[in-house]
Design a protein around this ligand. Structure first.
Ligand SMILES: Cc1cc2nc3c(=O)[nH]c(=O)nc-3n(C[C@H](O)[C@H](O)[C@H](O)COP(=O)(O)OP(=O)(O)OC[C@H]3O[C@@H](n4cnc5c(N)ncnc54)[C@H](O)[C@@H]3O)c2cc1C
Length: 491
């Protein structure tokens, strides 16, 4: 028996724990918060059930594959519903478009905006499918330790097909020119935490995920995935310890982690796997001589945005909104500059509103609506009440003008959540919401390493290492880290 202590209970940590326990390792998960899920925690308030973080269920094949690795299927844990339309995009007053689940309908609608663009969408998606199959089926499973991982025929051939050196903006513009089409195609890239100009064209694989694989919803909310994974992990023997904030990883001379300390206990370990934010693990839990990277390194990383969120209980049912709504009527170049280039509170932000109770009425009391609002902001910008009040007024005004729903008047409550909360709740570097931006210079082997270079039995998983931010990548990150442990520390 080998003892693995896992720090944190986000998706990456949960995934790794399942793979390790299934192989026979003794796995203990130490989580600082009082429940599992990390950024995907759940919050109950006045009869409403809020998913605190992720709300888009994309790449269903990744979840299917995860549960299949344990002889299970997604339906053993939750019921999925495909959304149609996938989401609504507001372009301006009286001007919106519902992205249909049927991609052929989307192609025919594109044709109405730009002649010939339906056929081009087919070609764009054929290219995106190659990238998806190579990227999600192959590249993301590389631990990112050495360039040699990419030196086999299949991957090299794949690399040429992936347009790694071109950027997404140019790639999309080589097919389309209509601004509405470009807004729809560029939106999924924003999940990756960088502008389309800074994101490799490889990530048109996200368009394949969006348009061909579809947007799904686990009935009961995204937290059903967390509950399913915790149930699976527990059945495999993983033990969970909540309200156990790790304060220190003890290292013996020569560079071997021996135990992990919380305020109330010491947990002995043969291997330590940190699923907590990487920078926090290094800068706070390790003494300086055992760190992979300096403070200057972390200061120079391009982080994905932080966000101002609102969990809002709405009196009555909303109209003219879908489950997912993107308010894209402002100029993204200005908002992007305020996030990435000259960090500032956004002057006129784009934002996202989700109303999951339109799909699953159990998420709100009868006759009421569960609303979640998200405004991307620059990492490191720390909000206060005057900021969150100001932005609530901004989004409420816009939601009223574009959809007719009066958030100011009908909100029973609105709970703001921002960078300060990300830091307090998850020790998030600069209050980031989604980890490290997926820029070219922070891809694959250029990401913070999954292996400690100085402590032989310490590894890292989660959204700040390979393969990157998002729930599906977190599941894969946990699997890859578990495979490294199984290979190097066999039972
Ligand atoms: C608002 C928001 C919306 C998002 N939307 C989507 C979406 O729609 N779709 C999607 O796919 N992705 C989305 N994401 C991204 C996705 O949620 C994350 O990439 C993913 O959940 C990260 O998982 P993780 O395991 O890497 O980290 P985390 O979930 O952050 O887990 C890390 C865990 O470590 C714990 N921890 C930290 N320090 C310590 C310590 N010292 N001791 C013990 N425990 C510690 C934390 O409490 C936390 O539980 C969203 C994220 C946010 C924040």
């Amino acid at each position: 028996m080998k003892r693995v202590v896992v720090i944190g209970s986000g998706f990456a940590a949960l995934s790794a724990s399942c793979f390790l326990a299934a192989k026979g390792y003794e796995v203990k998960v130490l989580e600082k918060n009082s429940g599992p899920g990390g950024r995907a925690r759940i919050m109950h308030h006045e009869g409403f059930t809020f998913d605190m973080g992720p709300s888009w269920y994309w790449m269903p094949d990744v979840f299917d594959r995860f549960f299949a690795c344990f002889g299970k299927s997604v339906s053993d844990y939750y019921t999925l519903k495909r959304l149609n339309p996938s989401y609504r995009v507001f372009f301006g007053e009286g001007d919106y478009y519902d992205v249909p689940a049927d991609w052929k309908q989307l192609a025919s609608d594109f044709d109405k905006w730009e002649a010939g663009s339906g056929k081009k969408l087919e070609q764009f998606l054929a290219d995106a499918e190659i990238k998806y199959r190579e990227g999600i089926g192959n590249l993301v499973f590389k631990p990112g330790k050495s360039i040699l991982e990419f030196a086999n025929y299949r991957t090299i051939k794949g690399l040429f097909e992936l347009n790694l050196l071109s950027d997404f903006k140019r790639h999309a513009a080589s097919y389309f020119s209509h601004p509405k089409i470009l807004k729809i195609l560029e939106f999924p890239v924003l999940f990756l935490g960088a502008t389309p100009e800074k994101t490799p064209a490889l990530y048109s694989l996200m368009n394949y995920a969006d348009i061909r694989l579809g947007t799904w919803f686990p009935m009961g909310g995204m937290h059903k995935i967390v509950e399913g994974m915790v149930k699976l992990a527990s059945s495999l023997g993983v033990e969970f310890f909540y309200d156990q904030e790790v304060r220190k990883i003890n290292i013996e001379p020569g560079g071997k982690a021996t135990s992990v300390e919380t305020a109330s206990a010491t947990f002995s370990a043969d291997v330590v796997l940190s699923g907590a934010d990487y920078a926090h693990t290094e800068q706070v839990l390790l003494e300086p001589q055992w760190r992979n990277y300096s403070k200057a390194y972390w200061d120079s990383r391009v982080m994905a945005p932080s966000s101002i969120l609102y969990y809002c209980g709405y009196q009555g049912r909303v109209e003219n909104l879908k489950h997912h709504n993107l308010f894209f009527d402002e100029d993204f170049t200005i908002h992007a500059r305020e996030i990435y280039e000259q960090p500032a509170w956004p002057s006129r932000p784009l934002f996202y509103l989700s109303a999951p109770s339109l799909t699953d009425a159990s998420l709100a009391p009868e006759g009421k609506e569960n609303l979640f609002l998200l405004i991307p902001t620059a990492p490191g910008m720390l909000e206060d009440a005057s900021i969150t009040d100001r932005y609530f007024s901004f989004v409420a005004d816009k939601v009223k003008r574009l959809s007719g729903n009066d958030l100011e008047q009908n909100s029973l409550f609105k709970i703001p959540y921002g960078a300060r909360n990300f830091i307090a709740d998850y020790h998030a570097l600069r209050g980031n919401a989604y980890g490290l931006a997926n820029t070219l210079m922070q891809t694959a082997i250029l990401k913070p390493s999954m292996r400690s270079k100085k402590v032989k039995n310490l590894l890292f998983t989660g959204q700040l290492t390979v393969p990157g931010p998002g729930v599906p990548p977190a599941l894969i990150s946990g699997e890859v880290a578990a495979m490294e442990i199984i290979k190097d520390f066999p039972l």
